[in-house]
Ligand binder design. Structure first.
Ligand code: FAD
Length: 393
């Protein structure tokens, strides 16, 4: 394990992380990444750098969010961090299991997560439950032997087709209001009855899935947290998700730097109006980075709250703005077929992702309105009704 702990100064955290990465990153990285990455992720996981905020007894470094942000920045600088396919497991699953898991669950799942031996997906959204997640209707019914029988449909489940486990919320009690009858499970995706079908997206990728659960039987040991209290467990996951999607913490090479470079190459930089827009986007990105650093420093070890919503909106807006600007400064590039252009096209077609994933911008605005500005809460006339008596649709 690397020599970083909660007493290490921030300057030392960055310096030690950088030195460790440079000393240990295999030669041939990143060109030969496909061949090297499995071993590298084990080394990275064992060093604690892949999961710096996790407690030391679970293979982390026990450091606060500000130090973790510096480590993430060093990994990003060397293009040596874990890929987005590991985000649901490392950023969402790990913290949720640490907060709610039994000793056996922590022992079983955390190290394979930290060392990229197992991949996870998030099985929350359903065709009838996205923003209003607590309306989910996938059902889990307990059998006489204590096991659970689960049936229902999930959707938009990123990387489910290549995952070993899923973070699953299911309804276990229809006789109580919607938030109170949900239980959280750690679902083995290879069990009979689990069927993940990839969905082709606008940007050409097929990362999402619809996941059908047809009489899937899981042992009671797959339950995370108390029966019918899965909403509270889910909140831990959702807060971790929002925080993880709220903006790259560090200051350094950024989206708008790459955009400015392209503008110079294609001549758009010479157009004063376009230059203005690029500079505005650059300032917006720096403000987001600074705000993120400030939020991380102020957070310390506290869980992120509504300020994550502010950063998530700012980050979504920035992604959209950068994608639009990329198309404006180099419209022909989008169809030219060069490597740069392919990336720009992909960015353009992916521009809306962040304003939807992890809670839409409208929902973040509701949260800010209610929890930051103190506006009246959205009313729900059925809030106290048992789930089975709520009108559907
Ligand atoms: C890239 C990506 C990856 C994703 N990965 C996953 C995943 O791995 N696992 C998973 O479970 N889910 C995943 N999702 C799903 C995501 O969480 C949902 O799409 C999101 O929560 C919105 O739900 P919905 O699509 O059902 O839209 P709806 O909730 O049906 O919303 C439709 C529209 O109505 C608006 N709206 C809804 N309610 C309100 C309200 N109360 N006030 C104001 N406006 C409102 C919304 O903002 C939106 O514009 C992913 C989504 C994306 C885009």
């Amino acid at each position: 394990m690397i020599d970083i702990d909660p007493s290490t100064s921030l300057a030392e955290v960055a310096a030690r992380a950088r030195a460790w990465i440079e000393e240990n990153l295999p030669s041939g990285w990143p060109v030969d990444r496909a061949r090297l990455e499995a071993d590298w992720y084990v080394l990275l996981g064992d060093s604690g750098l892949a999961t710096p905020t996790w407690p030391r007894e679970h293979g982390g470094l026990g450091v606060a969010a500000d130090a973790a942000a510096l480590i993430a920045d060093e990994l990003a600088r060397h293009d040596a961090g874990r890929p987005m396919t590991d985000f649901p497991g490392v950023a969402l699953g790990g913290p949720t299991i640490i907060a709610w898991g039994t000793d056996e669950q922590k022992e079983r799942f955390l190290r394979p997560l930290a060392t990229a031996r197992e991949r996870w997906c998030q099985l929350f959204s359903e065709p009838g439950a996205g923003s209003d997640l607590a309306s989910l209707s996938t059902r889990a019914v307990q059998q006489e032997d204590g096991s659970w029988r689960i049936s229902g449909q999930k959707v938009w489940s990123s990387f489910a087709h290549i995952s070993d486990f899923g973070l699953l919320m299911a309804r276990t009690n229809q006789d109580v209001p919607k938030h109170r009858g949900i239980t959280y499970f750690l679902l083995d995706m290879r069990l009979p009855g689990v069927d993940a079908r990839p969905l082709k997206q606008l940007n050409g990728a097929a990362e999402f899935n619809e996941v059908f659960l047809d009489d899937v039987v899981v042992p009671d040991s797959a339950r995370l947290g108390p029966v019918d209290e899965g909403w509270r467990v889910g909140i831990t996951t959702l807060m971790a998700e929002r925080s993880g999607l709220s903006g790259r913490p560090g200051v350094g090479p950024a989206l708008t730097d790459a955009l400015a470079r392209r503008a110079r190459e294609v001549g758009a930089w010479d157009d004063a109006a376009q230059r203005d827009r690029l500079v505005e986007a650059h300032v917006a990105e720096k403000v987001l980075q600074m705000t993120t650093i400030r939020a991380f420093v102020e957070l310390g070890t506290r869980e992120p709250g509504a300020e994550g919503s502010i950063r998530k909106i700012a980050h979504s807006d920035l992604e959209e703005r950068v994608a639009r600007l990329g198309a404006e400064i180099d419209p022909f590039g989008l169809v030219a077929g060069t490597a740069d252009a392919a990336e720009a096209t992909h960015e353009f077609l992916s521009a809306k992702i962040l304003s939807i994933a992890g809670g839409t911008s409208e929902i973040q605005r509701n949260i800010i309105g209610e929890r930051v500005l103190g506006l009246p809460r959205e009313t729900d006339p059925h809030v106290d009704k048992p789930f089975r008596e709520r009108p559907r649709g």
